[in-house]
Design a protein around this ligand. Structure first.
Ligand code: FBP
Length: 302
C-alpha cells in the first residue's frame, strides 16, 4: 500500500468502500501509481468544441480508440469522455485503465449567455460500462448555476450509492463574468470551494491568473500572495478544504511544449495533485503527445 495514497484517502474517511476503492484505483494506476499525483486524459472536446477544432490538428484522434490507447501507453491514471466515446471503447479498456464517464456536456453551437450543460448520460451507464468515476461540469457564474448544483446534488448521491466517486469540472462562466474573470485567482478558488461543498471527490479547475475579479474580494487578496503560479495553486488547494480534496488543473488550448512544462512545474510546486490534459496531448502527433505526457508525469513523479 502506498503511504501517499492512503494519506489522501484518509481525507475521505466518511465515504463508502466503493468510492474509496475507486479513488484508490485511480491513484494506483499508471506511471504515477502510488505517488498521490494523477494525470488524466479528457476527451470531450469533440462535443464541447466540435470535431474539426478538436481532431483536425492530428487526424488519427477522430478515432475513439486513439485516446484510451494513448492514455494507457503514456501511463495516465484515467481516461474521461462522454457516453459515445466510452461506449465505443469500454469493451476493450474497462479494467485496463479507470474510465470516467462525463455525464453532462455542452456544445458550441450557439452562444448561451447563461451556459448550462445537458445531462447526456447517467450513473447506470457508468456502471454498465465499467467506469471508475463520473464527471460533471458546473458553471458557477451562470444564471443556471443553481439548477446545475441541484442536478449534481442528486447525481453525486446516486453515484455514491453505487460506489462511484464524482469528479467536478468547476468552470466559472456566464452572467456578467468577463473572459479575464473566468480564470481570475479569486474566481478559480471560489469555484473549487463550491465544488468541494457540493460533495466533489476530485475537483478540476483551470490554472488561475493573478487577476482578482470580484470587487468584494479585492481587499482579502491584498494579503494573499498570488504573484506566481505556484502561489496561486497553493491558494486554490487551500480553498479546497485546506488540501483535503484532490484538485487537478486543466491543460487548456494547445500551446508550445515549454509553456506546458512551465505550468506543470508551477502546479507541482504549489501542491496541486495533478493535471487533466486533453488538447495539449491529442492535438500533437502521436509521438509528440506521448512524450509530452511522459515528461509531465516525470515532473509530478520527481
Ligand atoms: P483541455 O486540456 O483540452 O483544456 O481539456 C480540459 C477540458 O476541461 C476538457 O474536458 C473540456 O472539453 C475543455 O477543457 C473545455 O475547455 P474550454 O473551457 O476552453 O471550452
Amino acid at each position: 500500500m502506498s503511504e501517499a495514497v492512503e494519506k489522501i484517502l484518509g481525507n475521505y474517511a466518511g465515504e463508502n468502500p466503493g468510492v474509496i476503492g475507486n479513488l484508490r484505483r485511480l491513484m494506483n494506476t499508471g506511471t504515477l501509481a502510488g505517488t498521490g499525483k494523477m494525470v488524466i486524459l479528457p476527451v470531450d472536446q469533440g462535443f464541447e468544441h466540435g470535431p474539426a477544432r478538436s481532431f483536425a490538428p492530428n487526424p488519427p484522434a477522430y478515432d475513439p480508440g486513439y485516446h484510451p490507447k494513448l492514455a494507457v501507453e503514456s501511463g495516465c491514471n484515467g481516461y474521461a469522455a462522454p457516453l459515445g466515446f466510452i461506449e465505443a471503447i469500454a469493451h476493450e479498456f474497462a479494467g485496463e485503465i479507470p474510465l470516467i464517464l462525463k455525464v453532462n456536456n455542452s456544445d458550441s453551437l450557439g452562444d448561451p449567455g447563461q451556459p448550462c450543460s445537458a445531462l447526456t448520460s447517467a450513473v447506470d451507464d457508468a456502471q454498465r460500462l465499467g467506469c471508475s468515476a463520473i464527471g460533471f461540469t458546473i458553471y458557477p457564474g451562470s444564471g443556471f448555476r443553481n439548477e446545475m448544483y441541484a442536478q449534481i446534488r442528486d447525481i453525486i448521491r446516486e453515484a455514491r450509492d453505487v460506489g462511484l466517486p464524482s469528479i467536478l469540472w468547476a468552470y466559472a462562466r456566464g452572467g456578467d463574468m468577463s473572459k479575464q474573470g473566468e480564470t481570475a485567482v479569486d474566481v478559480i478558488a471560489y469555484a473549487a470551494q463550491i465544488a468541494c461543498q457540493l460533495g466533489a471527490h476530485v475537483v478540476k479547475v483551470k490554472p488561475p491568473t493573478e487577476h482578482v475579479w470580484l470587487d468584494a474580494a479585492k481587499k482579502s487578496y491584498e494579503n494573499i500572495p498570488v504573484g506566481t503560479l505556484e502561489e496561486r495553486v497553493r491558494h486554490v488547494v487551500q480553498s479546497a478544504f485546506d488540501g483535503r480534496r484532490i484538485v487537478i488543473f486543466s491543460g487548456g488550448a494547445a500551446k508550445d511544449r515549454d509553456s506546458v512544462i512551465e505550468d506543470i512545474r508551477g502546479i507541482k510546486a504549489g501542491g496541486g495533485f495533478g493535471s487533466i490534459v486533453g488538447r495539449n496531448a491529442f492535438q500533437r502527433s502521436h509521438d509528440d503527445g506521448l512524450s509530452l505526457l511522459r515528461d509531465i508525469m516525470a515532473i509530478y513523479k520527481g
